[in-house]
Write a protein that binds this ligand. Sequence first.
Ligand SMILES: *[C@@H]1O[C@H](CO)[C@@H](O)[C@H](O)[C@H]1NC(C)=O
Ligand SMILES: *[C@@H]1O[C@H](CO)[C@@H](O)[C@H](O)[C@H]1NC(C)=O
Ligand SMILES: *[C@@H]1O[C@H](CO)[C@@H](O)[C@H](O)[C@H]1NC(C)=O
Ligand SMILES: *[C@@H]1O[C@H](CO)[C@@H](O)[C@H](O)[C@H]1NC(C)=O
Length: 301
Amino acid sequence: MSRPLALLVVVLVSVCGHWRLAAADVGDFTPCLQFFYRSWPPKGLIGTPICQRYDNQYRFATLYSRARRSPWFSAYVYTVPQGKRPSTFWKFEPQLAYPGAAGNMIRFPPGPLDQNVVDSQAVEPDYINSTYSRGHMNPSLHHRTHEDRTATFTLTNVVPQKAGSNDGPWEKLEQTVNKSLAAFCLGQAYVVTGAIPYQSEEHWLKNHRVAVPEYMWSAYCCPKYNSSLPEELRNTFPTYAAIGRNDCNSSEEIVPVSKTAKKEFRGYDVRRMSLETLEMYLRDRLSAVVSVFYERCSGSH
Ligand SMILES: *[C@@H]1O[C@H](CO)[C@@H](O)[C@H](O)[C@H]1NC(C)=O
Ligand SMILES: *[C@@H]1O[C@H](CO)[C@@H](O)[C@H](O)[C@H]1NC(C)=O
Ligand SMILES: *[C@@H]1O[C@H](CO)[C@@H](O)[C@H](O)[C@H]1NC(C)=O
Ligand SMILES: *[C@@H]1O[C@H](CO)[C@@H](O)[C@H](O)[C@H]1NC(C)=O
């Protein structure tokens, strides 16, 4: 190959490569590996990767299940929050419906919904009049900027969650994680939050539209932390995890029920646990070896 031709090929490959990365929001985590510890997405779960883009910037990453029309997990980097939860519109992911669409998540337009959108993902009527709230995997609370917070309001980041969990023990967990990471994490904190399906007799919104998880789980990895931890936070760094009930009628094998909880939150307990214990339950329930963080987040020490 002549020199100028070789140069042309290099230029074309890099131009196309760049274009491909910029366009591939759905189907590939490559453009948003910064949201995973050591650029290493969790292993063991199969789904459709979404690099969640809002206002032309990547904000977090989601592994989406098209069959369940809900996420397996969302992964993000925690930042100390400022300001209030935005009041915002719900959005969807156009590339799930049209692979060639632009990559930004967009607000549901008024009027009748596009059938390709309805077929490819959850839409607002799925949640309206159901007995479930919209449970964020990546919560608005864990972000500093208004844009990062607004970006969490997309239905591909949401599972059907009972209000008893969402407004009770699960919200408490998000607040506790917020406080400990803000106080003791000295570098980046990587968080992954996901769903555990029912083992049999799946629950759905609206006649097999959106699968309801039986449990939600969450784990963080903060490799660089202040080691002068107070007693109650001794075992919560560099990693920590939890599983929360999303069905007050589930058995108590994974998460026991506190009999003294307020009535509206009873049966929606969250159990704190080590990352190892969480991965054991994920392996058991998903019949796959699930690794949430590279070398269980211990790689840096
Ligand atoms: C919700 O329920 C109300 C009252 O029954 C009904 O008018 C409305 O159409 C329902 N909306 C959806 C999206 O199902
Ligand atoms: C989150 O943590 C920050 C820093 O400690 C604190 O100022 C804020 O009140 C916390 N927010 C909630 C809702 O707990
Ligand atoms: C670590 O925490 C201790 C008390 O909990 C505090 O006095 C100290 O300033 C912290 N160090 C850093 C580097 O944040
Ligand atoms: C739990 O069981 C009770 C009694 O069978 C039922 O009324 C209720 O709807 C169930 N709750 C959920 C969240 O499935």
